[in-house]
Design a protein around this ligand. Sequence first.
Ligand code: UD1
Ligand code: CA
Length: 504
Amino acid sequence: MSQPRLRTVVVLAAGEGKRMKSAIPKVLHPMLGRTLVGHVLAAAAPLAAERTLVVVGHGADQVTTHLAEVAAEADPVLQAEQHGTGHAVRIALESAPDAAGTVVVLNGDVPLLRPETVTALVAAHEAAGAAATVLAAEVTDPSGLGRIVRSENGGLEQIVEERDASPAQLAIREINAGIYAFDAALLRDALGKLSTDNDQGEEYLTDVFGLLVSTGETVAVHVAPDATETLGCNDRVELATLRRLLRDRINEGWMRTGVTLLDPATTWIDVTVTLDRDAIVDQNTQLRGATTVGSGATVGPDTTLIDTTVAAGATVLRAHAVGAVIGAGASVGPYAYLRPEAKLRDRAKVGTFVEVKKSEIGEGAKVPHLSYVGDATIGAQANIGAATIFVNYDGVNKHHTTIGEAAFIGCDTNLVAPVEVGAGAYVAAGSAITSDVPPGALGVTRAEQRNVEGWVARRRPGTKSAAAAERAGRMVAGASEGEAIHGAPDAGGRGPTSGDTATE
Ligand code: UD1
Ligand code: CA
């Protein structure tokens, strides 16, 4: 029985990334759900390494904090001064004196690397019993990259950096991707022999290959099946290019599993998102973080969902949602904003120009238009009329509102929390509700209406309103001449159930 392989992963992430021109260390720039270094760590995860060491230097505190969040198993190793990739690996191995077996080294700025490629590289290296194996790729534009120099028999002779290369070597289009597997003991030994006799005066990890060749060790080249995987990120133009490539890869993957993307070029899905079969994503849509979209749900166009759950059959149209839960068959938008802890039960509706925060909208309940719902529980089948505001904040504290099952809130209502409207209760349009409305009752707080007869004729003579009023007056037999003030009919006569008080 063979022993399980001992493996150590070393990720190089101490460089500054000058050309990014950023206060953020290069490897912390985000790309579709992970940072650059996060993508590299994810690619190495299937190796199941005993130890994962991340060499940090520039922005070490920021990188270390990030690692604690996304890869708690990884140990940061400080490279206080950056004397090159060889120096970085040497410091990493000094912090792990017992590391044996295979050491896998990955540049921290190669985010498109696939886990399968890393696994295949390491498997080939271990199967061949090689001292070192480098991931290479054939590219059209090798500028800036280390070249793979092969001998006449095709074997690797050395890796030469562009700035140290001869004109003949510069013409080589096979490049070093910055991903390697090494035998731990031979690597340790070779790192101790690195010189800084090169254009940058640095310890080059790549020189380990030439050293191993000169002592007769077996070194190997593993060619990446897809050269785009090996692309590094050095500036923001490259970052944008890599992001587009990753977007296309992710989108293709989802389409192949049965998701419809109506416009893949404007659909940006983080690697952390999941979509069920027959979900439909319309154009200009971003799905980020821990978002999930259920079967048959439609999301977009013009929608951003962050850490949001969309259950089967729901519709989310022109919406922005963060940390929301949208139930099966629910409907959101157009133009809705769901904030953290907005929870829509099945078939609930949040319509146009509606903001919801930390509130539960019950099964089949509706908030169709122009409303703010904060810190509320809305019962099943309740109807919240247009322009209802849940007045949750008194300037110091937030308070809760409870709306019972099948309650009916008239338009333009302020519900001043803490307050409760009971099951089946009604609230008259235009009310400011400050105390509880019992189940089945009508709550009404608006002032009585008075009509001042003939006011327009006296105060706005000669206007189009006065002319219209006069024409209407001639048509009404016995229209009153003098001024009179009448009270409005009471709410029982023309109450909140009539068309003007609430909307469907
Ligand atoms: C390196 C390779 C080059 C290869 C290219 C692939 C060397 C000498 N050259 O070049 O052959 O084609 O990657 O992208 O290795 N880093 C440290 N500490 C250091 C220096 C670098 O942690 O002292 C880290 C960087 O943060 C980066 C990685 O190592 O993540 C690569 O360093 P970088 O300076 O980008 O190397 P390249 O010049 O691109
Ligand atoms: Ca680089």
